[in-house]
Write a protein that binds this ligand. Structure first.
Ligand code: NAD
Ligand code: MG
Length: 387
């Protein structure tokens, strides 16, 4: 029996993970569930999954959580709260697997903590790879942690690289696929509303990543993520638009052979793969009916309309803290767009502005990463407030 702690249990990835786990109750136990502030939602999950620990990141909600659990007859569930408890939970000896499904840079501290404690990390939180970069990869290696990428593209590449020698890898190219998001065919993006932006054509996801998919920032973050996870430089990572989301990504080897990983667009598949690895769990996701599928298509991404994809390559080449600045600017701008304080195209404008004006040295430790992230957030908020 393995104990699973889900960081960000109330989110889209959290929910998919709980669904997978409910099919394998003989192998995995839901040990801990965390949420940011939605106590009601967390308590509902506690009722159906009965973890040992429930954690609310917003410390001011601790009493509310304790009271709600008690009133539902769940006072045997331990109540934890705050960021320091998130870090403590990720390193707890009883935890075998940490599912890192918090959205944004808030996921950094628990991800690093799980890495330092040598856990198996099921990593959905791409922002922690984008910001943590070399430091995170080093920590994983040094502490014997196992990183299984849950992001579907990286999970696909992980699968396509399994039989590759070091030499094969050196000459290979990664090809990340992208659905193209909801605005693939929309030429004028000036009037885009938050409702338009979160309506993704093939994937059902949280609001922030849905907006990132609409700007192609998501693919940009994934290029940076792939570079760190697999040790590929930006000039050996390509992006191709593939609207049907059947192929989740590919590896092209020097001999011209291309390995692709396919499946229905359902996050439960990469989650189940990462849980079971190196075994494959019996599937329950929808089978692909190729005959019914008809055609699958590919096209080049439009960098003019979606410049943030280009910014990600630029940040990767710039090094230093450029990826942290880009990620922070994007997070703050997406939040402002969802609150209707700025327009859709201002998200890219904020990212461009921050990359042009804030150049920080490469951080040497997690506190330095967090400090760079904080500084970039403050500056982005100031800039946006003046628009
Ligand atoms: P979501 O918005 O649905 O859920 C986010 C979760 O994080 C919630 O449980 C929320 O309570 C928690 N959270 C938010 N802010 C927090 C904070 N400051 N402190 C602690 N907890 C906080 O997001 P999601 O779509 O599930 O995405 C989660 C992560 O997985 C993101 O990094 C995203 O890029 C990545 N991802 C998601 C998908 C997908 O299909 N949804 C696919 C690939 C990668
Ligand atoms: Mg992805």
């Amino acid at each position: 029996m393995q104990n699973i702690a889900i960081f960000g249990a109330t989110g889209s990835i959290g929910g998919s993970t709980l669904d997978v786990l409910s099919h394998y109750k003989d192998r995995y136990q839901v040990f801990a569930l965390t949420a940011n502030s939605r106590v009601e939602e967390l308590v509902r999950l506690c009722e159906s999954h009965h973890p040992r620990i429930a954690l609310v990141a917003d410390e001011s909600k601790k009493d509310e959580l304790a009271f709600a659990l008690k009133s539902r007859g769940l006072s045997d569930i331990e109540v934890w709260a705050g960021e320091s408890d998130l870090v403590r939970l990720a390193a707890l000896p009883e935890v075998d697997v940490a599912v890192l499904a918090i959205v944004g840079a808030a996921g950094l501290a628990p991800t690093f903590s799980a890495a330092r404690a040598g856990k198996r990390l099921l990593l959905a939180n791409k922002e922690s790879v984008v910001c943590g970069g070399a430091l995170l990869m080093k920590s994983i290696k040094e502490h014997g942690a196992e990183l299984l990428p849950v992001d579907s593209e990286h999970n696909a590449i992980f699968q396509c690289l399994t039989s590759a020698s070091d030499e094969d890898r050196k000459n290979a190219r990664l090809i990340l696929t992208a659905s193209g998001g909801p605005f693939r065919k929309r030429m004028d993006l000036t009037e885009v509303t938050p409702e338009d932006a979160v309506a993704h054509p093939t994937w059902n996801m949280g609001r922030k990543i849905s907006v990132d998919s609409a700007t192609l920032m998501n693919k940009g973050l994934e290029v940076i993520e792939a570079s760190w996870l697999f040790g590929f430089p930006p000039d050996r990572i390509d992006v191709v638009i593939h609207p049907q989301s059947l192929i989740h990504s590919m590896v092209q080897y020097a001999d011209g052979c291309i390995l692709a990983q396919m499946g229905a667009p359902d996050m439960r598949t990469p989650i189940a793969y990462s849980l079971g690895w190196p075994e494959r769990l019996d599937g329950f996701a929808k089978r692909v009916d190729f005959a019914a599928l008809g055609s699958v298509t590919f096209e080049a991404p439009d960098i003019q309309r979606f410049p943030q994809l280009g910014y990600a390559y630029e940040a990767l080449r710039m090094g230093g803290a450029a990826s942290i600045v880009l990620n922070a600017a994007n997070e703050i701008a997406v939040e402002a767009f969802l609150d209707r304080r700025i327009r859709f195209l201002d998200i890219a404008r904020a990212c461009r502005h921050m990359m042009d004006t804030m150049v920080l040295a490469a951080p040497k430790s997690l506190p330095e990463v967090l400090a760079a992230d904080r500084e970039a957030r403050i500056k982005t908020r100031e800039v946006i407030a003046q628009w």
